[in-house]
Design a protein around this ligand. Structure first.
Ligand SMILES: Nc1nc2c(c(=O)[nH]1)N[C@H]1C(S)=C(S)[C@@H](COP(=O)(O)O)O[C@H]1N2
Ligand SMILES: [Mo]
Length: 362
């Protein structure tokens, strides 16, 4: 099924709402993920917003509530650009499901992630214009989409703390890779919160509320939290765990694909790696002997906060069935966990165990 004007096809995980991710191999062609290959995560409708009538409301604990048109957002605030990876907290859920079922969630592969350049106004400049009151500790976002939740229609919401909201990297973006946002990626305006799970980058952003407490929106309060493995949906106390903010350190093998048949001899293993909390990845290694020996991968592109790195490792494949595993280390020495079973949680979030694929070499 084709979902973009260029006719490319993503792998559709669900059609209503639309959730899709690209073939894994598309992610390693370019450090900037083209819009046509950028995963799409929606929870409800895809609003068709008339930019000319669009108004962004800024209210709550502010001295000066604002009503901004898109013309205001573009003209009154300096345009800023950040290159940042966006990753769904459910990325790699299929591997978690292989450990134990994760009922009722989208079965994402390892490609619910992309790296784009985002341009727009800095959220801090807009907040500065609204002049938050001292009690304004959280900044809540609300999307214009309509999502059915237990018989009610709600919008997708999230909140971030004032420190992240006023950090230089946090944007209200109207462009993705130099072009106006696509309808499916949040046209005309979305928040971009680099380093945080995709759920905090709210699409079709229509309202910003500065407030004393975290957002009570379903997607901040009753979703996107990691519980210990023994907790299930019916036993979860949603107030007991914090909302996920930062994505986890991760590395994924994109090429060859899992289950591929390859010719013996030299071959290139390629993938992506992303740091947690903006800490750049320092090293990616691959092993073909269950971790006894490791080969360094070359990190491609510049090392900078918020963006991912693509990587390539040259290895020599011997005949037989092989397992290839990748692991990343960040600049602070953090490593990925080797045992995925400890990571299992009933919502299926933040899976970042070392990525393994099986290939057969002849
Ligand atoms: N309004 C709105 N914003 C949203 C969502 C949504 O369903 N509605 N999904 C969130 C989630 S969970 C993710 S991972 C990212 C996905 O962004 P993308 O579709 O542009 O890749 O958008 C976030 N923002
Ligand atoms: Mo997500």
């Amino acid at each position: 099924m084709s979902i973009t004007s260029s006719g490319s096809s993503q792998i559709i995980r669900t059609t209503d709402p639309l959730n899709s991710e690209p073939p894994l191999v598309e992610l390693v062609r370019d450090v900037i993920t083209p819009v046509e290959w950028f995963y799409v995560r929606t929870h409800g409708t895809i609003p068709a917003i008339d930019e000319g009538r669009f108004v962004l409301e800024v209210d709550g604990a502010v001295e000066t509530p604002l009503r901004l048109t898109m013309r205001d957002v573009r003209a009154k605030f300096e345009k800023s650009t950040v290159t940042a990876a966006l990753q769904c907290a459910g990325n790699r859920r299929t591997e978690m499901i292989a450990i134990a079922p994760v009922p009722g969630e989208v079965e994402w592969g390892s490609q619910a992630i992309g790296n784009a350049t985002w341009s727009g106004a800095r959220l801090r400049d807009i907040l500065h214009a609204a002049n938050p009151k001292p009690e304004g500790r959280h900044v809540a976002f609300l999307g214009a989409d309509e999502i059915e939740k237990s018989g009610h229609i709600i919008g997708f919401g999230a909140s971030i703390e004032i420190e992240k909201a006023t950090a230089i990297e946090t944007l209200l973006a109207y462009e993705m890779n130099g072009l106006p946002l696509d309808a499916i990626h949040g046209f005309p305006l979305r928040s971009i919160v680099p380093g945080f799970i995709g759920a905090r980058s709210v699409k079709w952003l229509t309202k910003i509320t500065v407030q004393a407490a975290e957002s009570t929106n379903f997607y901040q309060a009753k979703s996107y939290k990691v519980f210990p493995p023994d907790v299930r949906a019916d036993t979860a106390d949603w107030t007991s765990e914090p909302a996920i903010e930062e994505v986890a350190l991760n590395a994924v093998i994109c090429k060859p694909g899992d289950g591929a048949t390859l010719a013996a001899g030299p071959t290139t293993i390629a993938g992506y790696a992303i740091g947690s909390g903006g800490v750049p990845v320092e090293r990616v290694e691959v092993s073909m002997d269950d971790g006894a020996t490791w080969t360094d991968a070359e990190l491609l592109g510049i090392r900078e906060m918020w963006r991912w790195n693509l990587w390539e490792a040259r290895v020599d494949l011997a005949v037989g069935d092989r397992e290839i595993v990748a692991r990343a280390k960040d600049e602070h020495g953090n490593e990925q966990p080797s045992d995925g079973s400890k990571l299992w949680n009933f919502k299926g979030y933040n899976f970042n165990a070392r990525h393994k694929i099986r290939v057969s070499v002849s």
